[in-house]
Design a protein around this ligand. Structure first.
Ligand SMILES: [Zn+2]
Length: 68
């Protein structure tokens, strides 16, 4: 089961997942993308703007937050 933690004061959510709208590749903030040089625990905001999907090369704006 995938747990998500939310700050009750500001609504900030820890452990968001983002999905590539083009190929369906999932970025999990808790897992990061070590093969791509993104350390586990890296939030989406901290992922470099020039980072691209490892599967299809889509840019960050082609990803959408999803709830699993
Ligand atoms: Zn993709």
């Amino acid at each position: 089961m995938n747990k998500t933690w939310m700050c009750l004061i500001c609504g900030w959510i820890y452990n968001k997942t983002w999905m590539c709208l083009i190929c369906g590749w999932i970025y999990d903030e808790a897992a990061g993308a070590p093969d791509e040089g993104i350390a586990p625990g890296t939030t989406w905001e901290q992922v470099p703007m020039n980072w691209t999907c490892p599967e299809c090369g889509a840019r960050k704006e082609d990803f959408e937050m999803v709830q699993i």
